[in-house]
Ligand binder design. Structure first.
Ligand code: BDR
Ligand code: CA
Length: 393
């Protein structure tokens, strides 16, 4: 069929003089080589297009969310189907405004934004909002004008379900905020976990302290009930936690030359980062992405200096997008993750490696397994992010 279609292609003028023909024995006599070349090229383009990973980013922008969205837009490996919004760093209405604004800022209003839930899966309206990390507007207190575009007339959960039905097994949701919208998508369509290709979650702290309190990471803390539903839903899930993202640092100049013993919250010696700071490289380059991010990231650096004693920022959300771009930069283990939903350890993610048969049935017994990232090639992740952000389209 494919070879029959070749005859529909016009012949190149420069090849008509002496077209080389494939031998009759191929069964398709008389196909000039130039047509074959064009067809193969078109075929490979189609294959490349087909290979682009279809991605929905569920996000609460957020400074590191902004970085992550830009990395996704700049990554030819990904096809961004849409942004869906959630509360977390800001309330949902502001997350929607920020998502529309970010797309507008870089000329990508072709990408739809679907607004997500304003309350947790259990309808709680009292939310933890991290304005002290990202600014009251979520984007470094820059007082940006309101975007002209509007969100689509569809909820985040409905958008996810629709896209999963349109492209069964092919859509990856990269979740960069609390997991309410994904939990709602599962409620809306119980077959969603089987139809979605993969869910990559920035969420949890596996065998290390959290960042909201010693127990919990912010996105899981934001809606622990939703998180527990998602982790146990049976979808193909990769969780990227603080144990990994605290190794991936965008450095600022005069990055503190401190050691782990001097700064107990630090997980590594910072001295290799003292020179050649990434922030300055971004400031010196002229891409619209870098220019925008340099405008908003001051407050994010201030927060890290106050909270962790470092002059650098953790690249939580960009690392998670890069897990979709190039999964080989992380390694993972597999097991069951359950989330504590009440008490002083609310939001704690507890991983069972399934290697032990317990004497009694536990809350982990028989639950679907997920992948949890354990190592990361941090320099490669930072390099890739810098590469993507320092060039324009
Ligand atoms: C997560 O919480 C938010 O502040 C960040 O955007 C990231 O998604 C890190 O715990
Ligand atoms: Ca986020």
């Amino acid at each position: 069929m494919f070879f029959r279609l070749l005859f529909l292609l016009p012949e190149f003028p420069w090849s008509t003089r002496d077209p080389i023909q494939y031998p009759d024995s191929w069964g398709y006599p008389g196909v000039p080589v130039s047509r074959v070349v064009v067809a193969l090229w078109l075929g490979s383009m189609a294959a490349a297009e087909g290979e682009r990973k279809k991605v929905i980013i569920d996000t609460d922008p957020g400074i590191d969310d902004a970085m992550a969205i830009f990395v996704a837009l700049r990554s030819p490996e990904l096809q961004l189907l849409g942004l869906t919004t959630t509360f977390g760093n800001v309330h949902t209405a502001l997350a929607t405004r920020n998502a529309l604004h970010l797309l507008e800022a870089v000329g990508r209003t072709d990408i739809p934004v679907a607004e997500g839930s304003h309350v947790t899966i259990k309808k709680a309206a009292k939310l933890r909002i991290a304005s002290f990390v990202h600014g009251a507007d979520g984007l470094g207190n820059q007082d940006f004008p309101p975007p002209a575009a509007k969100p689509v007339d569809q909820s985040a959960a409905a958008f996810m379900v629709e896209q999963a039905n349109l492209y069964p097994g092919q859509v990856t949701v990269v979740a960069l905020g609390p997991l309410t919208n994904l939990a709602l998508a599962i409620e809306l369509d119980p077959s969603f976990p089987k139809k979605i290709g993969q869910i990559i979650i920035l969420g949890g702290a596996y065998s290390i302290n959290g960042n909201v309190n010693p127990a919990a990471e912010a996105n899981i803390f934001g809606d622990p009930d939703a998180a527990d539903m998602v982790f146990t839903c049976g979808a193909d899930i990769l969780a990227v936690g603080l144990n990994v993202t605290h190794q991936v640092v965008l450095t600022g100049s005069a990055f503190c030359n401190v050691t782990i013993s001097e700064a107990p919250f630090l997980h590594f010696d910072t001295s290799p980062f003292v020179t050649d700071a990434d922030r300055e490289k971004l400031e010196q380059c002229d891409s619209k992405y870098a220019r925008y991010l340099c405008k908003i990231m001051g407050i994010y650096f201030d927060y890290h200096k106050d909270a962790y004693f470092i002059k650098g920022v953790y690249l939580h959300d960009p690392t998670t997008v890069i897990a979709a771009v190039n999964p080989s930069l992380l390694t993972c283990t597999e097991g069951v993750v359950r989330v504590q939903t009440v008490g002083i350890t609310k939001g704690l993610t507890i991983f069972d490696n399934t290697k032990k048969r317990y004497g009694e049935i536990t809350a982990w017994s028989g639950m679907p397994t997920v992948k949890v990232a354990v190592t990361v090639d941090a320099p490669a992740v930072v390099d890739l992010m810098m590469q993507r952000l320092m060039t324009d389209d």
